[in-house]
Design a protein around this ligand. Structure first.
Ligand SMILES: Cc1ncc(COP(=O)(O)O)c(C=O)c1O
Length: 437
């Protein structure tokens, strides 16, 4: 009797149950293709950091509909653009309705006039040619295009903490190796720890060689601008190892001291570096979308082939040039009047940064950044970044970013953005003082 019921259970009832549950699962999921998921995307641990923060922001607004939320999180610009810039874009757009003013596709590398203006404005006394400047729709897109250029067979090193797009794009392209969950690191990525203990510059004597070194200065999130000496050491390290530095100078216009604004200020950098940069934070173009990448002619692969030819090939194949309206705006930013106007916006954000630095310093916290960058990096020793983020959000309705989102070395820190209206920054300062006093 027992054996018969086991037999029925195993041969009739169980398969029926499994079949039914498979059918229910299939109905729940709907139609499925036979295309496998990209295994590299499966290796990503979470959604991209900043949309995740935006999601939490939305949830908070739903939970506290009457609270006045202050967003010092994702680092989006807030100030209205100078009229000289918006009118140049408006005029360009209006002219598109005329036979004479209509333009279609432009050069994939960007308009000649803008390439020249970028070379002149940002690389004045340096031998950067306009033909080495590739205009883009932003630095983030160029990070991905560079990853496509490099492929999956290179090794990479990143500052820890660092802007998350470097690691995430490496994972997507297949360079990162397996995740070591307990260490919160990818096995094939070299994490170059940058903390107050090493003046936010990695100990290169213990750094393993990597083909590609992503290096951001001023750094997002720590706000540290690498000194000339530090960048000289980095270039020397790259030369000794035959590596390529991808230098991200998206915040270079925020530098107030004599730190280099471009990697190409360092002798020898043209043979080992690419520079990516952006109009986003320099001119409030986060929504308009405009950036650029400089690839020097002297930069060669191990087989002697110039990298610039391949980058040009990628740009022509995977991009069709930045919006012509955005480029008209970019050109206006680089006119003498426009340049002055956008620098006033930078000064405005840096005055916000000063208020935030003073707020935390007056409360006795160790606070970094804010002097050469619009980010404040605050240390909460022994605390978990996400706990600090949650406590600040729940008790003050201020959005920040947990430091651990930028890499394992960011644990115990939070990043505060200085982008915001002055009244919001002052109100944030008051709320933080009340919470943390
Ligand atoms: C260091 C760094 N690089 C690149 C970007 C992306 O800039 P873009 O808006 O030009 O894509 C950002 C944006 O926050 C950034 O912080």
């Amino acid at each position: 009797m027992f054996e018969l019921s086991t037999f029925i259970q195993k041969t009739i009832l169980q398969p029926v149950k499994i079949h039914a549950s498979r059918r229910a699962e299939k109905e729940r999921l709907g139609f499925r293709t036979k295309v496998p998921r990209n295994v590299n995307l499966e290796k990503l641990r979470n959604g991209y950091l900043f949309p995740e923060i935006s999601k939490l922001e939305l949830q908070h607004v739903e939970k506290y509909p009457n609270a006045k939320l202050i967003s010092l999180g994702i680092g989006d610009t807030t100030q209205p653009l100078p009229e000289i810039i918006t009118s140049s874009m408006a005029n360009y757009a209006h002219a598109l309705s005329t036979a004479d003013g209509y333009t279609g596709y432009g050069p994939e590398q960007g308009n000649k006039a803008l390439r020249k203006a970028i070379a002149k404005a940002f690389y004045k006394d340096l031998p950067v040619k306009d033909t080495e400047v590739f205009v883009s729709d932003g630095a983030q897109c160029d990070i991905t295009r560079l990853q496509l250029l490099l492929g999956s067979n290179v090794t990479i090193a990143v500052q820890d903490p660092s802007f998350p797009a470097y690691i995430d794009s490496s994972v997507i392209i297949g360079q990162a190796g397996e995740i070591k969950a307990e260490a919160r690191r990818y096995g094939s990525i070299e994490y170059m720890q940058c903390s107050p203990r090493n003046n936010f510059f990695p100990d290169l004597s213990t750094t393993s060689r990597a083909d590609i070194i992503f290096f951001c200065s001023p750094n997002n999130p720590t706000g540290h601008a690498a000194t000339r000496r530090q960048l000289e050491q980095l270039v020397e390290f790259a030369r000794q190892n035959g590596s390529i530095i991808i230098h991200d100078s998206a915040y270079s216009t925020y530098i107030k001291d004599d730190s280099p604004r471009s990697i190409f200020e360092i002798p020898g950098a043209r043979e080992v570096a690419i520079e990516i940069s952006s109009f986003s934070k320099f001119a409030g173009f986060t929504g308009i979308r405009l950036g650029w990448t400089v690839v020097p002619e002297e930069l060669l692969y191990s087989n002697g082939f110039p990298v610039i030819y391949d980058f040009n090939r990628i740009v022509c194949t995977c991009f069709n040039g930045a919006s012509s309206i955005a480029q008209a705006g970019g050109l206006a930013c680089l006119s003498p009047e426009g340049f002055q106007a956008v620098h006033s916006m930078v000064d405005y954000y840096m005055a916000n940064a000063k208020i935030l630095v003073e707020t935390f310093a007056s409360l006795g916290y160790q606070v970094y950044g804010g002097a050469n960058a619009p980010y404040i990096w605050v240390h909460f020793p022994g605390s978990n970044s996400w706990d600090v983020f949650t406590e600040i959000l729940e008790k003050t309705h201020i959005i920040t970013v947990p430091g651990s989102g930028f890499g394992p070395a960011g644990e115990g820190y939070i990043r505060i953005s200085a982008f915001g209206q002055r009244e919001c920054i002052l109100e944030a300062s008051r709320r933080l003082k009340t919470l943390l006093q």
